[in-house]
Design a protein around this ligand. Sequence first.
Ligand code: FPP
Length: 247
Amino acid sequence: MSLKDKINPQRLPKHVAIIMDGNGRWAKCQGKDRLFGHQNGVESVREVTEASVELGIKFITFYAFSTENWNRPVDEIEGLMHLMIQAIENETPTLMKNNVRFEVIGDIQKINKETKEAIERITEKTKNNRALTMIIALSYSSRWEIEQAIKTIALEVKNGELDIDDINQDLISNHLCTKNYPDPDLLIRTSGEYRISNFLMWQLSYSELYFTDVFWPDFKRENYYEAILDFQSRERRFGKISEQLNK
Ligand code: FPP
């Protein structure tokens, strides 16, 4: 029985979030520059996205660039933005064929015009696709997102549009970039690092965490199936005790 066949289609994560880590180290191991690692990382994005469509997963979020990544060398930042444009141009037909909607979350004001325009094009073109929503976290961090949400809520209170007593967890969730998506059920981080790195900190409260030593460019379908099978072996209690759950 293949790994894929072992996956229970009734117990799929609805939303998978991925911290794609290890591109630089993967490239270094081969004596290549960091951008070579990122280029090969795009292949893994493609495979995991296709596998998600085939399995019937509804949302997948890739952490492509954090607000802190703006501190990387300019060459790497420019290379990554160029790679993003290239990937968008190359992958748009496949996303249309596979009925995948493409969306971006993050502080996109900081992104250069060319990349922003490519993002706007693909978002508009794929907006009615429904099989899978592929979310790219770009110039994103949780602390930035929460700061924005607090500013907006404070302004609404100041303008008399909102009462302080209206502030609750649902209202906060509805002021985050992820307001249209369910919280991730599963977080995958590659490359043997055990951190959240400012990624979806509010939304990951009850997510199952899966860490693997595999570097992102080596993370392919079979690795993804393994992560999903591991997820399916977990008991999600959401603060309750085992006996209270509907088995
Ligand atoms: C982390 O590895 C990876 C990134 C910061 C960039 C990931 C971006 C891509 C794979 C391109 C995404 C493209 C699309 C279309 C989503 P690292 O550079 O931190 O690796 P290291 O820890 O080994 O240095």
